[in-house]
Design a protein around this ligand. Structure first.
Ligand code: DGY
Length: 315
């Protein structure tokens, strides 16, 4: 009799790398809708964000041994519900910091130098001649960058900024003297940082404390020629306030890898503003990083299914 493979339910689509790593080790059921497919036969849940997982859904899978997330942000999993049920939750920190910081820089520079606006013009019938007065942007080198959230990704952003001769400050729940010493970055309160920086980059995880961290009063503090970059989670920023801030030019521009909701409904006013650069959540989307995320998330999943400690366990 062939032994039965543990059955998991997985957020789809799964990457080819993940599929290869799981081949012959688990039986995979695709998971696209909330309650669908969750039952006592499921021993593992492999997720990357879409269905939110709370205690009610966990209770539909009484034999669940592990939740493994393909990514570092686990804001879509109610961690206290998992902890209360003794279900370990794994994620993939460390392997995606560099790619996500690169994306932060890419977005910051695109917004500063009006790249997407310029690209739209360059592809259009309206581009008839070079005009030296056209689309003047804001300098990145030598400017002041404020990083909100000095975790692994924030630190990588700071390292890149130093290569651009930027003056870097940060705000974090706890001060990080070792990073201040290593990189020469300066700690500021959130209010000071927002009111003095040319660029503000959000690198915090989404938690109860950071949801709506940047709302109307915070946006009002930012200088009118400053740029907000969000590589964290959409809900860290109040979308309505940001839309108004960009429409009424409280700030110069925003560069967003993430939005709330995600995706924004088609026709949302943010999508038609020239002073917004927007990407479809591509922070860690490189071939090499995705491969490492597959390896780590599959290692977490298999460890949990076998009752071993996860390589990276959040709870
Ligand atoms: C992460 O790792 O959290 C990225 O945003 C991908 O979901």
């Amino acid at each position: 009799m062939p032994t039965q493979l543990p059955r998991i339910i997985a957020d789809v689509p799964l990457s080819q790398a993940t599929l290869e790593l799981l081949d012959g080790k688990v039986e995979i059921l695709p998971w696209q809708h909330f309650d669908q497919g969750l039952d006592a036969s499921i021993e593992g849940i492999y997720t990357f964000g879409h269905p939110s997982l709370d205690g009610r859904l966990m209770d539909l899978t009484p034999n669940l041994k592990v939740i493994s997330n393909y990514g570092v942000g686990v804001d879509h999993v109610v961690l206290k519900d998992a902890a209360a049920r003794g279900i370990p939750v794994g994620n993939t920190p460390g392997v995606l910091d560099g790619a996500t910081a690169d994306m932060g820089f890419c977005l910051m520079m695109a917004a500063a130098r009006r790249l997407t606006e310029g690209e739209r013009l360059a592809r259009s019938e309206q581009f008839l001649n070079y005009n030296p007065a056209r689309m003047l942007g804001k300098e990145v080198h030598g400017a002041k960058l404020g990083i909100v959230g000095m975790g692994r990704i924030g630190r990588q952003v700071a390292r890149r900024a130093l290569g651009f001769d930027m003056q870097v400050s940060y705000h974090n729940r706890n001060r990080k003297p070792e990073i201040e010493q290593e990189l020469g970055v300066q700690y500021q309160s959130l209010e000071q940082l927002l009111s003095t920086c040319d660029y503000v980059m959000l690198c915090v995880p989404l938690t109860e404390q950071t949801a709506g961290l940047i709302g109307p009063s915070q946006l009002r503090l930012m200088p009118s020629d400053s740029i907000l970059v969000n590589i964290a989670r959409g809900a860290v920023v109040n979308t309505e306030a940001l839309t108004l801030a960009l429409q009424e030019k409280w700030i110069l521009a925003a560069a967003l890898d993430v939005t709330d909701p995600e995706p924004l409904p088609r026709g949302h006013p943010l999508l038609s503003l020239d002073n917004v650069v927007i990407a479809p959540h591509l922070g860690s989307a490189t071939v090499a990083t995705r491969q490492k995320m597959s390896e780590l998330s599959v290692a977490n999943l298999l460890a949990g299914l076998q009752g071993r400690t996860l390589v990276h366990q959040v709870v």
